[in-house]
Design a protein around this ligand. Structure first.
Ligand SMILES: [Zn+2]
Length: 61
């Protein structure tokens, strides 16, 4: 734990930011494209990006 990168905690480096690209499709900044029929990734129970494994964040909130 002593090498924990505390300077990175709270910054948007370990998250994958998703934005709704086209209707029903989401695009993450790791290059993933994911189709959700309804709701946001979080509303669908997705807390982590299935491609890069980082914490999933929706753009703009
Ligand atoms: Zn990702």
């Amino acid at each position: 734990m002593k090498h924990w990168p505390s300077d990175r905690v709270g910054k948007a480096v370990d998250v994958c930011v998703w934005q709704d690209d086209v209707e029903g499709y989401w695009a993450g900044n790791c290059g993933i494209q994911w189709c959700l029929e309804d709701g946001t990734p979080k509303e669908n129970g997705m807390n982590f990006c299935p491609r890069c494994g980082r914490r999933l964040n929706k753009k703009g909130g």
